[in-house]
Design a binder for this molecule. Structure first.
Ligand code: ZN
Length: 469
């Protein structure tokens, strides 16, 4: 009997981590992600594995987002020494993500410890370091989509990745297990992308499984069509140009930034971005964009054809008015531009990063616009602005918000409700379905639809609940 136990992304959307136990492949973790939100140092020090890392034989990583990969270094710190299976593109992105995360963590820890020292309190020991990041990166085994890979000591299990269409390299995991002479097929959706997103392909459709772990982030709602997004963006830019201002776009480094660059490139190619200069003002997003350029062949064929037809081999070439500004001096020089600058900078929810410096320069000017292109969590500066705050605090100073605050709908890296139902309907074998990676309310709504329309057996596992199959 094989079993699966969810230790994270169980009735919640972060901390993806599921333990598969099977005779044919041993103890395998599906993802090893961190919980997100709140203070990073406190949170990491609260994360404890509910199992002995040294007892784990291997990790299968669905994609590079930190809520799926962020605890891999701690797993090594705890004694894990096995391989991490992921796509080669995920391995490249992981290098950027984990190095960035450990850098921020150690910096925050240092700040905290300086404060602790001043107050005469004990110092906090780091839970992991750069050497654990290096160990995790060295353990990555790249497996391309649709290639079968034998797993486990007896090699009786096999692993195959399929494109999940969520971010570059993201994978749906298909595992064939041999249990007491019986074949069992497990499918783990990872995060599923939208069918109408730019750059990403549609999530692969699978037909056979005995057990399915399926994400349910948007189990209770659909997104607006992405085709409207381009028109909305063009209108916001025209209106800002008429007011004589600049545009600031807080964006996540992986995925959303590259989508924005593609949308802006499309406007440029249509001659609708003539007055504007675009700045990608984030060292991390610049590195990630280069990885996307390296793997263009994995991206949506139709969108890439738009580049090919113009003999463009990178997102930068598709948008020739783009300037990359990795250095702080270059970043500060953008502030001298009064009109016609589009500044894409992190962080996506304005909790840190260079976007806060740009706000300092321009949020109090009525000619400027801030465009939100992604989800803003409770308690973040981004959420305050989207909710209509008239004054905010930045670097200890109060600022009046006079810039126009615009939100672009339709951009999401996750499938909406109808698409989740359609994807599940593609399975001919009607597998037992475990809903993971969703708030409980969204999961209940999706479960009800799946039971009613597809007559399927659905469970919503709690953290630590073991399901045998
Ligand atoms: Zn993700």
């Amino acid at each position: 009997m094989a079993s699966i136990t969810s230790y994270g992304a169980a009735r919640e959307v972060t901390g993806s981590c599921h333990l598969l136990e099977s005779l044919s492949c041993g103890r395998v973790l599906l993802d090893c992600g961190m919980h997100q939100g709140g203070d990073a140092v406190d949170r990491l020090h609260d994360e404890n594995f509910a199992f002995d890392p040294a007892s784990i034989d291997a990790v299968i990583l669905s994609h590079a987002h930190l809520d799926h990969s962020g605890l891999l270094p701690q797993l090594f710190q705890g004694g894990f020494s096995g391989p991490i299976y992921c796509t080669p593109a995920t391995a490249e992105l992981l290098e950027i993500m984990l190095h960035d995360a450990v850098g921020l963590y150690l910096r925050d820890l240092q700040h905290k410890n300086r404060r602790n020292a001043r107050r005469g309190r004990p110092l906090i020991e780091p839970t992991y370091g750069v050497e654990d990041v290096e160990a995790a990166l060295a353990a990555c085994v790249g497996i391309e989509y649709r290639k079968h890979y034998a797993l486990g000591e007896t090699k009786t299990a096999s692993l195959c990745f399929h494109d999940a269409g969520h971010i570059l390299g993201s994978a749906i995991t298909e595992l064939l297990l041999e249990e007491d002479g019986q074949q069992k097929r497990l499918v783990f959706s990872g995060d599923l992308g939208k069918t109408d997103s730019v750059l990403m392909r549609e999530p692969a459709e699978l037909q056979e499984a005995d057990i399915l772990l399926m994400e349910s982030t948007y189990g209770d709602r659909d997104h607006r069509p992405e085709s409207d997004t381009l028109t909305e963006l063009r209108d916001i830019l025209q209106e800002t140009w008429a007011r004589g201002g600049n545009v600031m776009i807080p964006a996540f480094a992986v995925g959303r930034t590259q989508e924005m660059l593609f949308h802006l490139g499309t406007l440029h190619q249509r001659g609708e971005l003539d007055h504007w200069r675009v700045f990608l003002d984030s060292p991390m997003a610049i590195s990630v964009t280069r990885v996307y350029d390296h793997w263009l062949k994995l991206l949506d064929t139709q969108d890439i054809r738009a580049l090919d037809d113009l003999h463009k081999t990178s997102l930068e070439e598709f948008l020739p008015t783009l300037s990359l500004t990795p250095d702080t001096e270059q970043s500060m020089a953008i502030n001298r531009i009064q009109r016609g600058a589009i500044i894409i900078a992190g962080s996506g929810m304005c909790t840190g990063g260079r976007i806060r410096h740009h706000f300092k320069q321009g949020i109090w000017e009525a000619s400027n616009t801030i465009i939100f292109a992604g989800f803003q969590a409770q308690g973040t500066l981004g959420r305050l602005l989207v909710d209509g705050a008239t004054h905010i605090r930045l670097f200890g100073e109060e600022y009046i918000v006079k810039a126009r605050i615009a939100t672009l709908g339709g951009l999401s890296a996750h499938a909406g409700q109808q698409q989740l139902v359609d994807w599940r309907a593609g399975f001919r074998s009607n597998p037992l379905t475990l809903l993971i990676h969703g708030e409980e309310r969204a999961q209940q709504v999706l479960a009800a639809r799946l039971r009613k329309e597809l007559n399927c057996e659905v469970q919503i596992p709690e953290r630590g609940q073991r399901v045998e199959f």
